[in-house]
Design a protein around this ligand. Structure first.
Ligand code: XUL
Ligand code: CO
Length: 431
């Protein structure tokens, strides 16, 4: 045991508590036939909670964690504290990048040794922990070698280094029985077209993703491969812009059916969409996988990775998740970091507990809206014409036949209300 969380006890479900507790998240409560914990499948992001030092463009580290430093002993202490927090929160999953968990070595081989040692340390800790791995991923964006991209780099040696890194991260995810493997291409894009061969870079990215899928099958990894779209930041333009763009990319490289989406709230907003738009689109394309539930600050217009705190927004997102059939291998990962003034261990616990409660409230509202059924009935009624004989025949017809019918006067459309305010009022009854 470390003493990092020494004054904090495991959090309980205590709806009337004014102390550190869950007031809405009750893992065992059954909703729509399933335990809340099994619906929501919460995950802690190792990087923001344990590796991020609290810097911003104007100031460096504000968090002075006792495990900060580049030794293996400190990496093990970080793991000890992380698993202590997973226990306090009773959280079922966590996620990592290779770079979050091990010190960088002087060579690839040394980094790999460090990484494998920590993966084995995780493995031992997981034997006596209830927290499992939601996903692993490779950090192919922080080190300066990746400044011009990983798979899309103009230098083939960086492609090779990245491929080797992904191989090791997939092996480790497989070893720890991870449920998914994620690829987010933060620097798979460009700063200026003046120095960029866009066509070549997209080909490299496509081949790289094919290699990851081939390797998954080679090692018998049963988890899902997930791509996480984001339009920009850190690159000015990123190739995995949004769900629609990634779908086109998967089709181009023959990967539809092999790859699903990890959709992040803040990334959807950066792309000019709502979160629920991205979720609904992925579901309609059959590529919905998992979510990163963290919001941006709407004034700054940047990816601030804050813990969720807006119940109505979260409710609309889970509404789409439930309609998509819910999570199978995916879950709700908090890719969220504290504000840099939130220095204390209790801030870390309160941030997660509050986020879990917000998600629980949103999820319950979403399940109740679906159970009530009015929204779905009104949507179905809006499209009823398409279920009529005439509506069905239309799509099998042709322009000339349709034109003749319209000219004969048998088709005479009348505008009908879209009922948006009434629908919004219905949502408001549940949130
Ligand atoms: C960055 C981001 C990443 C991915 C994993 O915006 O969301 O943390 O989730 O690489
Ligand atoms: Co993310």
């Amino acid at each position: 045991m470390t003493d990092f969380f020494k004054d904090i006890s495991p959090l309980a479900y205590a709806p009337d508590s004014t102390d550190l507790a869950f007031r809405h998240y009750n893992p065992d409560e059954v909703i729509a036939g399933k335990r809340m914990e099994d619906h929501l499948r919460f995950g802690v992001a190792y990087w923001h909670s344990f590796a991020w030092p609290g810097g911003d463009p104007f100031g460096a580290e504000t968090f002075e964690r006792p495990w900060f430093g580049d030794t293996m002993d400190l990496a093990r202490m970080k793991a000890d504290v992380a698993f202590e927090m997973f226990d306090l929160l009773n959280v079922p999953f966590f996620c990592w990048h290779d770079a979050d968990i091990r010190p960088e070595g002087d060579s690839f081989a040394e980094s790999q040794r460090n990484f494998e040692e920590i993966i084995d340390y995780f493995g031992t800790k997981m034997e006596s922990s209830r927290t499992k791995l939601l996903w692993g991923t490779a950090n192919l964006f922080s080190h300066r070698r990746f400044m011009s991209g990983a798979a899309t780099n103009p230098d083939p040696e960086i492609f090779a280094w990245s491929a080797a890194t992904v191989k090791n991260c997939m092996d480790a995810t497989h070893k720890l029985n991870g449920e998914n493997y994620v690829l987010w291409g933060g620097r798979e894009g460009y700063e200026t077209l003046l120095n960029t061969d866009l066509k070549r870079e997209r080909q490299q990215a496509g081949r790289f993703l094919q290699m990851a899928v081939e390797y998954k099958h080679k090692i018998g990894f049963k988890g899902a491969i997930l791509v996480e779209p984001k339009p920009q930041e850190p690159s000015k333009h990123q190739y995995d812009f949004d769900v629609a763009t990634v779908y086109g990319f998967l089709k181009e490289f023959g990967l539809e059916g092999e790859v699903q989406m990890n959709i992040e709230q803040g990334h959807a907003i950066l792309a000019g969409h709502s979160f629920e738009h991205e979720l609904a689109l992925a579901s309609s394309l059959g590529i919905f996988g998992s979510i990163d539930m963290n919001r941006n600050d709407y004034q700054s217009g940047w990816d601030t990775d804050q813990f969720p705190n807006n119940v109505p927004e979260v409710a609309l997102a889970y509404y789409e998740v439930i309609k998509a059939g819910g999570f199978t291998k995916g879950g709700t990962n908090f890719d969220s970091k504290l504000r840099r003034q939130s220095l204390d261990p209790v801030d870390l616990i309160a941030a997660h507990a509050g986020a879990m409660d917000v998600c629980a409230r949103g999820f319950k509202a979403a399940a109740a809206m679906l159970e009530d059924g009015t929204l779905e009935e009104m949507r179905t009624a809006r499209y009823a014409g398409w279920d009529s004989a005439g509506g069905k025949a239309l799509l099998d017809s042709d322009l000339a036949t349709i034109a003749a019918q319209v000219a004969a006067g048998s088709i005479n459309p009348q505008p009908r209300s879209g009922r948006q305010e009434i629908l919004e009022n219905i949502v408001n009854r549940f949130v």
